[in-house]
Each structure stands twice: as structure tokens, then as C-alpha cells.
Design a protein around this ligand. Structure first.
Ligand SMILES: Cc1cc2nc3c(=O)[nH]c(=O)nc-3n(C[C@H](O)[C@H](O)[C@H](O)COP(=O)(O)OP(=O)(O)OC[C@H]3O[C@@H](n4cnc5c(N)ncnc54)[C@H](O)[C@@H]3O)c2cc1C
Length: 385
């Protein structure tokens, strides 16, 4: 069980750090498509982004419960942790599946901020959620793998030195099971655009720095294979529970941000000679969003604790992400409604946060796919695909 006062200290430190990056900082980045370089640097230097890296590799050696508190506080402050969160969970794939040489080479450098491990490339334009059907190939040729194919929505790739890539090493015809034949690689992105990788930023609804990637005979040294060859699906799946729980904590931060704002505005905005929050038509949706958020937060906490204890947490991680994403969406919609027309003004930041939190109905896994997981794997109903 985590130590409450240690957790509060972490929250307070993150809050203090975030106070130097007010909402206008994020609003300006959103307007210009800018990346929060200074913020990410400070988060790294303070040890927060390396919090899950064991102390033996130069990190803080904390658990997912603490990592969740960090991301939640960024969201709650009005910031957008999506700019930096991947380092926490992508690192886990290297930690759990990397060779001793890979861990020694990358983890201390990531912890020290000398290397950024912010990117992972799974999704493809023609196969989407059906990861086991992905088409990007990596063919072994001597000491290298030659990669050809396309990825889409790969975030932060222009702000990262390393990327974990999932590609097909065995054809669909030759694979021995649905998940067989995929492999993970650590890709060094430095100078990659001169070596057969084309990166095209996607103009999107939120400032998430997502790109299309085109691999054209792109070489990856064979020593950069991460985990066993053909068993890369497992490497990726392993990191997914952590990712879902961490995203859940961001949603809780968003939801609490919205509830704080809605509550304050409902208490001070006077229409018809009284605060609008005196009308239960205004206060009840906020109270309802609050109850939904607190329930979701318990599920996020439960999933994180199970993860830290090394216990199975697939069902909890999925439920945490779904419930938290629903709570933040409901809280955001309520917050905007509470603000009336002003909610639409960029000056109030709500519309930006609402766009940002909307992502989590879709990524890193859509709500339907979570319901499908629960239906089949938890409730034992017939498989649909
Ligand atoms: C801003 C952003 C950042 C992202 N960052 C990354 C990243 O860094 N790396 C990465 O690899 N990917 C990333 N993604 C991709 C993201 O994980 C996918 O968009 C997501 O998994 C959904 O895949 P898709 O977009 O191909 O949708 P599709 O798979 O085409 O699905 C479309 C819709 O159909 C529904 N659907 C599909 N199949 C079924 C089914 N069998 N039953 C019920 N419903 C179904 C889905 O729920 C969804 O609503 C990002 C996406 C976005 C938008």
C-alpha cells in the first residue's frame, strides 16, 4: 500500500511545477501547434517522467499509483499530459522485455533526460484496431531488419529520440496463431528521415503531435529487436494495462478540473439576481459528474494498486480507462453548459480541455473495444471477432 503523505508530497510538487505553466501557456501551444518543450524538460529534470524507472537505472523507482498522481495533477492544473505521458509506459516495455544491454544503454539515458522515449508505433491506416492484421513488414537481412510500410497517428515522433515499433516478421499465411508473427523494435529516430523514414504531421482536433509514418527500406539493427522475435504482440499488450490506467488518471484530472471550474462559476455567476448554482438544474449535473468521477477514481486506484502488486489487472485497467474517460467527458460537457456562451470562448480554456479529453473515448483503445473485452474475457460471452 502506498504511503499517503508521500503521495501528497508528489501531488504538491507537481502542482507547484505546473503553476509555472498556466493555462495560457497550453492555450498558446494549442493555437500554434507548439510542443511544451520547457515543460517536458522540467518534468524530466524533476524526475517525474522517469518515476517508473527503477533506481538501479537512475530513475525514481516509484509505482503506477504515484505515476497516476503525477499525470492527474498535470491534467487538473489545466495542462495536457498527452505531450509527455508515453515515456512512462513505453519505458515499461524496455524494462520488462529488453536485454541487459538494451536496458543499460537506454534506461539510464532516458532517466537522465539525455534520450526521449516518447513514441510508440502500432496503429496502421488500413487495419486500425485490428492490430494482429497489421501490414508493416520487418524482414531480417543479415545484421538488420528492413522495414517497409505505413503507420498512422503516431504521437510525439518529432519530439522523441526513440520509438518502439510493432511490425510483421512472419506473414499472415505462415503465422501459427493470430497474435504470432509480430515483433517489437527499438527505433533510433535520430537522423531517421535521412534513412528511409518519412514523417507527416496530421492536422488534428487536438494538439497531440501525431504523425503519419512511411517506412521505405528502413534499416533497424537486429540487436534492437525488443523481446522475442514473432512475440511482439505480447510485448505491446504487456504495456497496455499501464497505459490504460495512466490515461484513466489523466481523465480523472480532467474531470476534477472541469468540476472545480463549474463549481466556482456556478457559485459566482449571477443571473436573475442569484448565483446560477442555486438552480438545481445547474448544480445537479455538477454533483452527478462529481459522483461519477469519484467512483471512476476508485477504479483507477484499484487498477494501479493491482498493477503495482504484480497481480492480473486487465479487467480493472480497461474499466478504469472507460469509466474515467466517461466521467471526464460528462464533467467537461457539464462544465461547458454551466458556463453558457462563455464556455465556448477560448479564453476560458474549457473548449480546449473538452477537445483533449474527447480523445480518450477513442485512444489508446476505443470504448467499444473495452466493452468487447469485458463481454468476452470477463463475462464469458461469445467472441464477436
Ligand atoms: C490523437 C491520437 C493519438 C494517437 N496516438 C497513437 C500513438 O502514439 N501510437 C499508436 O500506435 N496509435 C495512436 N493512436 C491511434 C489510436 O490508438 C487508434 O485511433 C484507436 O486505437 C482506434 O483505431 P482506429 O482509429 O483505426 O479506429 P477503427 O479501428 O477504424 O475503429 C473505428 C470505430 O469503429 C469501432 N469498431 C471497430 N471495430 C469494432 C468492433 N469489432 N466492434 C465494435 N466497434 C468496433 C471503434 O470502436 C471505433 O469507434 C492515436 C490516435 C489519435 C486520434
Amino acid at each position: 500500500m502506498e504511503n499517503d503523505s508521500e503521495l501528497q508530497d508528489i501531488r504538491d510538487s507537481v502542482k507547484t511545477l505546473c503553476a509555472a505553466y498556466p493555462e495560457d501557456y497550453w492555450k498558446n501551444l494549442d493555437a500554434t501547434g507548439g510542443y511544451p518543450t520547457e515543460f517536458v524538460r522540467e518534468m524530466t529534470d524533476s524526475g517525474f517522467l522517469g518515476c517508473l524507472i527503477p533506481e538501479s537505472y537512475g530513475g525514481s523507482g516509484l509505482g503506477l499509483v504515484q505515476a497516476c498522481a503525477i499525470l492527474e495533477e498535470i491534467s487538473r492544473s489545466g495542462g495536457h499530459p498527452g505531450a509527455a505521458h508515453a515515456q512512462m509506459y513505453v519505458m515499461g516495455s524496455v524494462l520488462r522485455h529488453g536485454t541487459v544491454e538494451q536496458k543499460n544503454r537506454y534506461l539510464p539515458a532516458v532517466a537522465a533526460g539525455e534520450l526521449r522515449l516518447q513514441s510508440f508505433a502500432v496503429t496502421e491506416p488500413t487495419t486500425g484496431t485490428d492490430t494482429t492484421a497489421l501490414k508493416t513488414t520487418a524482414k531480417r537481412m543479415g545484421d538488420d531488419y528492413v522495414v517497409n510500410g505505413q503507420k498512422v497517428w503516431i504521437s510525439r515522433v518529432q519530439h522523441s529520440d526513440l520509438m518502439v515499433l510493432l511490425a510483421r516478421t512472419r506473414s499472415v499465411e505462415e503465422r501459427v496463431s493470430r497474435t504470432d508473427g509480430l515483433s517489437c523494435f527499438i527505433v533510433d529516430l535520430r537522423g531517421a528521415e535521412q534513412r528511409g523514414l518519412t514523417i507527416k504531421p496530421i492536422d488534428a482536433m487536438i494538439n497531440h503531435h501525431s504523425c503519419e509514418l512511411f517506412f521505405d527500406d528502413f534499416l533497424i539493427p537486429a540487436k534492437n529487436l525488443l523481446g522475442e522475435e514473432h512475440n511482439g504482440f505480447r510485448v505491446i499488450m504487456d504495456g497496455m494495462n499501464a497505459e490504460r490506467i495512466l490515461i484513466g488518471s489523466e481523465c480523472i484530472g480532467d474531470a476534477r478540473y472541469f468540476i472545480d471550474k463549474a463549481t466556482a462559476y456556478a457559485s459566482q455567476r449571477v443571473v436573475f439576481g442569484r448565483p446560477i448554482g442555486q438552480n438545481q438544474g445547474v448544480s445537479f449535473p455538477i454533483a452527478s459528474a462529481y459522483a461519477q468521477t469519484e467512483a471512476a477514481a476508485l477504479m483507477v486506484q484499484q487498477a494501479a494498486r493491482l498493477f503495482d502488486a504484480g497481480r492480473p489487472c486487465g479487467a480493472e485497467a480497461n474499466m478504469a480507462k472507460m469509466l474515467a474517460a466517461d466521467a471526464s467527458w460528462k464533467a467537461g460537457d457539464t462544465c461547458l453548459q454551466t458556463h453558457g456562451g462563455f464556455g465556448m470562448s477560448r479564453e476560458y480554456h474549457i473548449e480546449r480541455k473538452l477537445r483533449e479529453t474527447r480523445l480518450y473515448q477513442i485512444a489508446p483503445i476505443s470504448t467499444n473495444l473495452i466493452l468487447s473485452y469485458l463481454s468476452e474475457h470477463v463475462l464469458g460471452m461469445p467472441r464477436s471477432f
